[in-house]
Design a protein around this ligand. Sequence first.
Ligand SMILES: Nc1ncnc2c1ncn2[C@@H]1O[C@H](COP(=O)(O)OP(=O)(O)OP(=O)(O)O)[C@@H](O)[C@H]1O
Length: 260
Amino acid sequence: MAVREKLAFAGVRFSYGEKAILDGFQLAVGRGELVSLIGPSGIGKSTLFQLAAGLLEPQHGEIRLDGEPAARRLGQVAYMPQRDLLMPWRTVVENAALPLEIQGMPRREAQARVRQELPRFGLDGWADAYPAQLSGGMRQRVSFLRALMTGSDLLLLDEPFSALDGITRMEMQEWLLTMWQQTGCTMLLITHDIDEAILLADRIVVLLGSPISSPVELDVPVPRPRSLASRSHPAFQALRGQIWELLRQSATAQPVGRYA
Ligand SMILES: Nc1ncnc2c1ncn2[C@@H]1O[C@H](COP(=O)(O)OP(=O)(O)OP(=O)(O)O)[C@@H](O)[C@H]1O
């Protein structure tokens, strides 16, 4: 066991009925790492997150958290699904305080705790707004805050920025990098945007094959801190070409999804 290991899949097999998604799947993520997952549409990226979060169970193999077999993962992993799933009848504070209330914290205390966090989430002054009154970026930040309120230091972000316009998306990418540095959380991010995958991550996991067994793992040798200007770094461009080639090759075997 690696001392730094936060999450690991060891020899995991998972199928939906006859359809095998993972077989002998291996992946280890270190504590505090930011890892991007990229792969063709429908290959099993969200399934992987649902397994990590404990919403699905493997038919074979082991999923470990902090180096220990984690039979009960539900509630230990913060999972932000593709749609933000904010409750429309609850305000920003009421939505974000939900995990604390579920854990038994009195409502008033839970909401006070959330209010303290609003400024660094760019939500100062929006405590009592309803989700319908927020922009897409703000909704994502509320979802992110709610995920952090679970107390988990492992965050799974499933295409968090895909519904946002280009400028908001870039702002959110920079904001996410700041949050990652401030919180020290381990983050896994699913994206279809190769540039986003590289810009944010320490490591890129390219998921290929059906079923997936050994993903291709690529370190991102682009220096931090990163900004939009990092895209012109030679290492960035070389990696972009390498990932694109891997995905293009896989497209001959199976239909490929959308990539930016
Ligand atoms: N509950 C389910 N029952 C049966 N098949 C499912 C179920 N959920 C997903 N699948 C199938 O499993 C495969 C993997 O789905 P998954 O959503 O994990 O892929 P993905 O890589 O996240 O896709 P996308 O990039 O389009 O979001 C797909 O073929 C999907 O149709």
